[in-house]
Design a binder for this molecule. Structure first.
Ligand SMILES: Cc1cc2nc3c(=O)[nH]c(=O)nc-3n(C[C@H](O)[C@H](O)[C@H](O)COP(=O)(O)OP(=O)(O)OC[C@H]3O[C@@H](n4cnc5c(N)ncnc54)[C@H](O)[C@@H]3O)c2cc1C
Length: 448
């Protein structure tokens, strides 16, 4: 087989993957369709273009999972972090950059690398042979999207996300909420208690609907051609259709008995469903929304049992292209049905510049190792990079899979530490300490 590594897409993930593989001595060709084929969000033909915000979010590597991912990428000689540090602007604890300088620097670093060639042009088909990484992002061109769908099945490549807010399990008040599946459905006790239920009285429901209707919302970009379907309407749009609509939809109270107050019939019930194998995260079922983030926390904390909820991520609906990675990819990021092709970046179902670049870093190293005739284990689960890859290729619920950003809910608990808000600082420090050790061991294993 050809020893070159072909990377489709020179965004966050593709640029990082190219850098990593090239530094391992592999010849890399980046295929980038811009500027010849445009997207509605990109403005230039440069590599590593930031399509919206100029921030890589928190740079705190002790108390923040994104900051930890920065740390790991710096430890792995990551291009995106090195160029971000070079183009840094003052932004408090966040890592913000001059976006023009940043993409200029990424483009130049790759152009100057002796092992990297950039070949302009769109890739429209899935390649049959050779080593490939597809890192075409949320705005993957339509012809390649169609080719991927033809390979994976239409239902396993989505063109919009519909993200329900995700809550840390430990922040839910279990004196109010109870575990029960509707009509106790399921063969095992685990299935019969698969949902967490939060009851509402009539007054609480009416106040909740008022807040939903009044909340600030974000609009779709005009070129996003908002095509969300009736099956995943934002909750506020459902509420606009009639004050009772939610009570007959995702908030219907039927088939449920409040174990704390069996004699009281709830007027409406909000259900949460486990979102990961670890059981640390729960998503609010059917609550995809276009409310602004600030409004979301205010409105969702009106739900009884969620008054003190901590959110691992808030809800959203965006134009996005992403695979059902838990069913399609192995933990080496290879497409199971065509293992000569890896996927990286946002198209794998992670979300954000940092997460996408991190998945590029990993895919670049895994692919280069394979070309060089060795096998590299994927990043360790206790690291931030490893927690993400384990989530998208294993831990996440495949049936309800939606894009995920890095957060401490993806980490295995550290034994013996206090739960809840009070213990948070110590817990996060323990996660980040453990992650750094695991990540460094993984890196050291690659130098021998
Ligand atoms: C409108 C919008 C706003 C966003 N805002 C933010 C934000 O503020 N912060 C944040 O963290 N994330 C944001 N995101 C998510 C963001 O796009 C990703 O975090 C990040 O850019 C993903 O990196 P990537 O490398 O996977 O994809 P990209 O950076 O998009 O790179 C993919 C590359 O592939 C190229 N490409 C696509 N199809 C083909 C093809 N067939 N052949 C060749 N090349 C191809 C594209 O031109 C592009 O250069 C936003 C996304 C969108 C759509």
């Amino acid at each position: 087989m050809d020893k070159k590594l072909h990377i489709v897409g020179g965004g966050m993930a593709g640029s990082e993957a190219a850098w990593q593989a090239a530094n391992m001595g592999v010849e890399v060709v980046i295929h980038e369709m811009r500027p010849e084929v445009e997207t509605f969000a990109h403005q230039t033909g440069k590599l590593g273009e930031m399509v919206c915000s100029n921030s890589f979010r928190s740079d705190d590597d002790e108390q923040n999972a994104v900051g930890l991912l920065h740390w790991e990428m710096r430890a792995a000689n990551g291009l995106i972090m090195a160029m971000a540090d070079r183009c840094r602007l003052p932004a408090g604890g966040a890592l913000a950059v001059d976006r023009e300088d940043f993409s200029d620097c990424v483009t130049k670093a790759l152009a100057d690398h002796p092992n990297v060639t950039v070949e302009p042009g769109e890739i429209r088909e899935l390649p049959e042979d050779g080593h490939w990484i597809i890192a075409t992002g949320p705005l993957t061109s339509s012809s390649l999207g169609a080719a991927i769908q033809a390979e994976t099945g239409a239902e396993r490549l989505a063109f919009f996300d519909a993200i329900a807010p995700i809550v840390y399990a430990e922040s839910i008040d279990m004196n109010v909420a109870w575990l029960q599946s509707r009509y106790d459905k399921g063969e095992t006790e685990e299935e019969q208690k698969a949902y967490l239920n939060c009851p509402m009285t009539k007054d609480q429901y009416e106040a909740f609907i008022d807040a939903l209707l009044a909340a600030d919302k974000t609009e779709f970009h005009e070129s996003e051609t908002a095509g969300y379907f009736d099956g995943c309407l934002p909750i506020e749009v459902m509420a606009e259709r009639g004050r009772e609509t939610l009570r007959h939809g995702p908030m219907k109270p039927v088939g449920l008995t409040n174990s704390h107050k069996p004699e009281e019939k709830a007027y409406a019930v909000v259900q949460l469903r486990r979102d990961n194998a670890l059981g640390t995260l729960y998503n609010i079922v059917g609550f995809q929304t276009k409310m602004k983030y600030g409004a979301q926390t205010d409105v969702f904390r009106m739900i009884p049992g969620l008054e003190n909820a901590s959110f691992a991520r808030l809800g959203g609906i965006h134009r996005n292209t992403f695979l059902n990675s838990p069913t399609l990819l192995d933990n080496q990021m290879r497409l199971k049905s065509k293992p000569n092709i890896r996927f990286a970046g946002q198209v794998t179902g992670v979300e954000g510049y940092v997460e996408s670049a991190a998945m590029g870093l990993l895919a670049g190293r895994l692919a280069a190792a394979e070309i060089l005739g060795t096998t590299l284990e994927t990043a360790p689960q206790d690291s931030a990079m490893g927690a993400l890859i384990h989530h998208i290729t294993g831990g996440a619920e495949a049936k309800t899979f939606q894009p995920m950003n890095v957060n401490f809910g993806l980490f295995r608990p550290v034994d013996g530490l206090k739960g809840g808000r009070r213990g948070r600082k110590d817990r996060y420090k323990a996660y980040t300490d453990r992650a750094k050790v695991a990540f460094c061991q993984w890196l050291e294993g690659q130098t021998h």
